[in-house]
Structures are given as structure tokens and as C-alpha cells.
Design a protein around this ligand. Structure first.
Ligand code: ZN
Ligand code: ZN
Length: 260
């Protein structure tokens, strides 16, 4: 098994040494990992770029290659409709194995902040509209991460509109992924939050399968070694229960299917 979404100190929100992720993965008996540190272009106000030195990143991660563990090099790229050419320019700098596309901002605002301050319907509209634009206009990614990430951050007790409110938007996004032969990520990060939610939630994963979606990737989104491969057993069962029989690992941006 591979865990293909995790962070190290090359991300602003992790202090973990890449070496420690490798040790944790070996202890867990994994076959491989992909380290996917954050690349965020034009975030905050005034906008700044939160990007690592790609050269240094490769130099350090390439030294981690071990015979007992396949160590792949990726990045989690924060997508916003107005920065897509810059995202692509960054990922083209180096020969990454895997690029995760993520929506962490909507309408140029941090999703967490939006959830605290705006009407949930407006937040969901902004979030899924930006995601749809990115999926439509962008090709330089392999999987769409934590599709319902926005649902993590509404304050406890918020009454959210039903799935039917945003189902059509989600459907259009999933159709684009299927058409472009991109993967949808199962991300176990939501299971660690107090809200304990699956990404994707069951309605979304069911819809993806129904529309003909076959390609999924899986990642813990660990920022510390103790969460490497977090809840993978539970999440493999979740994937199988939704009719999936394999997950994709990307090497040099090419799909390698693994049976589950
Ligand atoms: Zn993310
Ligand atoms: Zn992440």
C-alpha cells in the first residue's frame, strides 16, 4: 500500500523532517509514500506565494530513496482560477511524480475564514464554483484532493443545506474529472477532525461511481509521522463498499493501478 498525500517541513504548516515520514511508513509496512508539500500561490492579503525551493526539495527527498520503501516526490498545489498558469509553471520546474490539485481558497479568501463569517450557502456556492472553474481550465494535476474540504470548517452546530443544494455543481466537477481521466482523492484527514467526515462523503463517492468514475488515490494528509496511513484499513473498506477495486499511484505522472 502507498500513502500518497503527506507533508513535511517544506510546508508552512508542518515541522516534520522528511526522514521521519519515511521511518513511520516503514514501521507501518507500507510499500511506498509520496511526499506532497504545499505550493500556494497568491494567498493572504496582500497576496504572497508560499512555495518551497523546488531544487532543495528534490535534493533532500532524493536522498530518502530506500530499497524497503518507494519514496515518490509530489506537491499539493493550491488552485485558484486566477493563478493557474503560475501553478503550472511551478510544477513544470521539476520532474514530479504526482501533483495533487486542491482548493483551499474560494473567491480569493481562505475557506476556513469564509466558513466562520459567511452564510453556508454562499460559501458552498463560492467554493464549488471556483473548483469547477479550476477543473475546467486546468490540466496539470493528477488528482483532486479532499473534494468536500469546505465541510470540515463550519462552526459546530451550523445547519448546512442538504447535498441536493450543491449536487449539480459536484456532478459537473466529477464529470470533468472523468472526462479528463483525472483521479478523485480519498483523504483520511477529515476522519481526524471532531466532525469525523469522509472525503469524499458517501453521496459524492456514490455519485462519482455512478457517473463512471474509476480512478481514486488515497492519502492521509499527515503533517506528523503518527498520522502516516491514518485509518487506511477503514478507508479501504469504504472504497470497496462503494464499488472500487483499485487505487492509483502516480510515478513520473503516470498511473500505476494497485488492487485493493
Ligand atoms: Zn489540502
Ligand atoms: Zn495536504
Amino acid at each position: 500500500m502507498y500513502d500518497t498525500h503527506m507533508h513535511t517541513h517544506f510546508s508552512p504548516d508542518s515541522r516534520t523532517k522528511p526522514q521521519d515520514m519515511v521511518e513511520a511508513a516503514i514501521q507501518q509496512g507500507l510499500d511506498g509514500i509520496c511526499i506532497t508539500d504545499h505550493v500556494e500561490i497568491q494567498v493572504y492579503e496582500p497576496p504572497i506565494d508560499e512555495v518551497f525551493s523546488a531544487k532543495e526539495y528534490f535534493e533532500q527527498l532524493q536522498q530518502l530513496k530506500r530499497k524497503e520503501l518507494d519514496v515518490l516526490i509530489g506537491a499539493e498545489v493550491g488552485l485558484q482560477p486566477h493563478v493557474l498558469p503560475l501553478c503550472s509553471a511551478f510544477t513544470k520546474e521539476m520532474p514530479y511524480d504526482f501533483i495533487i490539485g486542491s482548493i483551499h481558497l474560494a473567491g480569493k479568501k481562505d475557506v476556513y475564514d469564509l466558513c466562520q463569517t459567511k452564510d453556508p450557502k454562499d460559501v458552498l456556492d463560492l467554493y464549488y464554483d471556483d473548483m469547477e472553474k479550476c477543473m475546467e481550465q486546468y490540466d496539470d494535476f493528477d488528482t483532486l484532493a479532499h473534494i468536500d474540504y469546505v465541510h470540515r470548517y463550519f462552526p459546530v452546530g451550523t445547519i448546512l443545506p442538504p447535498f441536493s443544494y450543491y449536487e449539480e455543481k459536484v456532478k459537473r466537477i466529477l464529470k470533468i474529472l472523468i472526462e479528463k481521466q483525472k483521479s478523485l482523492e480519498i483523504n483520511t484527514g477529515g476522519l481526524r477532525k471532531s466532525t469525523h467526515i469522509h472525503h469524499p462523503k458517501t453521496q459524492t463517492l456514490t455519485l462519482y461511481k455512478k457517473l463512471g468514475g474509476k480512478l481514486i488515490t488515497i492519502g492521509s494528509d499527515a503533517h506528523t509521522p503518527n498520522y502516516v496511513a491514518f485509518a487506511f484499513k477503514e478507508e479501504m473498506k469504504y472504497a470497496k463498499d462503494h464499488g472500487f477495486t483499485e487505487i492509483q499511484v502516480y510515478k513520473q505522472r503516470k498511473k500505476v493501478p494497485i488492487r485493493i
